[in-house]
Design a protein around this ligand. Structure first.
Ligand code: UDP
Ligand code: MG
Length: 314
């Protein structure tokens, strides 16, 4: 009987009542087989179904905590809440609650970590999503990699095993808008990918709507890159150079032929084009200002409405 957890497993859940029984089942089996003391940290991200009740019924016999958030704060914040409540002395594993990330990989990942790594991030060898979504993911991760100064690995999500010191560092990072896979890469130390086949969601629908996915993609780019601002400078430079060349050619023509071939069409096109460039640029700046606005408020990242602890130790 151990009285402290060595590893925590952090699981965010949002309306996953159908997945809870199988999830807890798989996790309990893992705890029985593992030669480590493991605790669960379930985070209920404001579910409106019976996720919390199901959890309480099933978790009573194992070591674990259920962190119930006061409303839906989103996946990244839910994982953050989980990491802040994880007590595993050696580290924490982050998985999804829909069994897309096999919890059993904890054991081989721990072995890998013992080789001297602080972060073992899972890399999807394949995806089960539609071809369109897969293509978008593919392009996005590569775009982010080129734009960002942080080396964010491609095709790696939040599924990862983190050492205790990495968990502590992430917990000490105060930013409100959290793009965990980027923050994790930013921390540094020795990190390595662990390839796996991503399963299909066991039950229910993805809780990431297209809108939420876009928000996550935006957060990745605007929190980890200043490239959009530099892009504005390039846009401005190119337009100024283009306008300059055009004016120069008009002047030349006037001097040589004495004609003035100016048309309203060219004028109109130029106005529309540059108004577009200006509005686009304003929106890019606005994106950073919005982020500053939310950061300076310094609000708590989430609110816990209930912390349920099961006393049983594994
Ligand atoms: N999730 C959450 N809060 C949200 C959305 C999702 O805690 O606002 C959880 C969800 O219950 C799941 C995990 O985050 O355990 C990953 O979500 P999902 O499976 O819907 O994303 P996908 O795998 O489709 O990217
Ligand atoms: Mg999923």
């Amino acid at each position: 009987m151990r009285t402290y957890p060595e590893y925590s497993i952090v699981i965010p859940l949002y309306n996953e009542e159908e997945n809870v029984p199988e999830l807890v089942n798989r996790l309990s089996r893992l705890v029985d087989e593992a030669p480590y003391a493991i605790e669960f940290v379930f985070v209920d991200d404001g579910s409106s179904d019976r996720t919390v009740e199901e959890l309480k019924n099933l978790v009573a016999t194992t070591a674990g905590r259920i962190v119930v958030l006061s409303r839906n704060f989103g996946h990244q914040t839910a994982v953050t809440a989980g990491l802040e409540h994880a007590r595993g002395a050696a580290g924490a594993l982050i998985i999804d609650g829909d069994l897309q990330d096999p919890p059993e990989l904890l054991l081989p990942m721990i072995e890998r970590m013992k080789e001297g790594y602080d972060v073992i991030y899972a890399v999807r060898r394949n995806r089960k999503e539609s071809i369109g979504k897969r293509a978008l993911y593919f392009i996005y991760y590569r775009l982010l990699k080129t734009m960002s100064d942080t080396m964010i690995p491609v095709d790696a999500g939040d599924f990862a095993l983190l050492s205790r010191r990495v968990v502590d560092i992430l917990n000490a990072m105060p930013e409100e808008s959290r793009f965990l896979r980027g923050m994790r890469a930013w921390v540094g130390f020795r990190q390595v990918g662990y390839e796996y086949d991503r399963s299909e969601r066991a039950h229910g629908e993805s809780k990431y709507t297209f809108r939420r996915l876009f928000k996550l993609a935006y957060d990745g780019i605007f929190n980890f890159s200043t490239a959009p601002v530099r892009l504005i400078r390039i846009l401005g430079g190119v337009s100024m150079a283009g306008a300059g060349l055009y004016l120069f050619s008009v002047l030349l023509k006037k001097l040589i032929y004495g004609t003035v071939p100016e048309g309203f069409t060219a004028l109109f096109a130029a106005i529309v084009l540059f108004s577009g460039v200006i509005l686009f640029s304003l929106s890019v700046l606005g994106e950073y200002i919005i982020r500053i606005f939310f950061e300076v408020k310094g609000r708590p990242k989430y609110i816990v409405s209930e912390l349920y602890e099961s006393d049983q130790r594994s």
